[in-house]
Design a binder for this molecule. Sequence first.
Ligand code: EPZ
Length: 417
Amino acid sequence: MDKIVVRKSGPLQGEVKISGAKNAALPILVTSLLVNGENTYHNVPGLQDVESVKQLLTTLGARVHTDGHTVKIDGSGINQTKAPYDIVRKMRASILVLGPLLARMGKAKVSLPGGCAIGARPINLHLKGLARLGASIELKHGNVEAEVSQLIGNDIYFDVPTVTGTENLMMTAVLAKGETILRNAAREPEIIALADALNKMGAKIEGAGSSVISIKGVSALSPAEITIIPDRIEAGTFMVASALTRGDIKIVDCEPDHMRGIIHKLGLTGANIQIEGRTIRVKGPDVISSVDVKTLPYPGFPTDMQAQFMVLMSVAKGYCVISETIFENRFIHVSELRRLGADITVSGNSAMIKGSQALSGAQVMATDLRASASLILAGLVAEGSTEINRVYHLDRGYEGIEKKFGQLGADIQRLRE
Ligand code: EPZ
């Protein structure tokens, strides 16, 4: 397995171009299951998770052609309805094919995604929603087996706003008979991006981005050309890197309007943030102020930025509390940050961080995607060198991260094993 070695680096400076958003690309590529023709997708990020979803779609009978960041997928030949375990276990988001397969083929068999490092990650709300549209759902031998003769639109309420649950049901309802209303729907920019993509294919979706989404079923969708929105979490990660290292970084090709929570909290730490169109310039402060953060569903502060922000708070001046309200086990990075000298005390879903002046490099273990990025950030300011193992987590969600950090002046290298 590869490892990444980061050494204490000076202020990061320069420009970094943000890639397409992983969490927009995954559901949007799956829309190819709904179309009897070829969709073209631009600005698709080069990520392991994207490779996994392309492999899954190919297994189901789609024809996938990749040319750099443009991916063409022809869903005319979909002839399988089973998503195999060996792909689902690598990427939980495979559950996103459940609804579209049901809508296209009338049945679907998807291996139940297990939990992951950050939590149990149940899919009960996905399944309840599909049942509300008339599907019969069975859990057998570790698979979800769904079947329906005709999907009928209905009123669906989510106990909690679930991102992939909203996406799964939206993609299913577009081919149902009649109107579906999703209530307490997730409001993330990736939901709006998916609705925009489906509407370009002829769907009739209104209200995406609000907590009530209306989907009027249509008989068929037509091929379209879609461009994936920028990754707000990648952009946020580089914003934190600049604040952390007293840097001066221009983050280009991002969407500031998707990042208001991150921008607000980072501004309170003393970072100087200038926004100009699709560019955000972040200058790090001489002294980083401690700021309390609570992760919440969008538009609240994103849980996917919690670990990165914790690193910044670990070297801030003062005390703060970070509360994680989305996932029940998303403090795994705390023990790794402690190995680097961070002073963090966890109690339930809150972490109290006492800003300390010096972290010191050590061998650490990446445990999940965003926690891995936080270890790179910590390595940038820790004395000596930090060796990060299991970097395959990183490759799932960050395109060429060591190259991007290296171009900003970070002392970072990947050791292939
Ligand atoms: C999506 O996961 C993202 N993944 C996650 O990003 C992100 O952290 C998360 O949304 C929250 O923003 C993708 O979009 C591929 P949820 P998802 O369903 O959809 C509970 C990353 O690093 N819940 O919004 O799986 C659940 O337990 C990843 O890119 C149910 O109880 O998250 C959690 O507490 C990590 N039942 C809460 O809802 C359900 O059926 C929010 O989860 C579904 C969810």
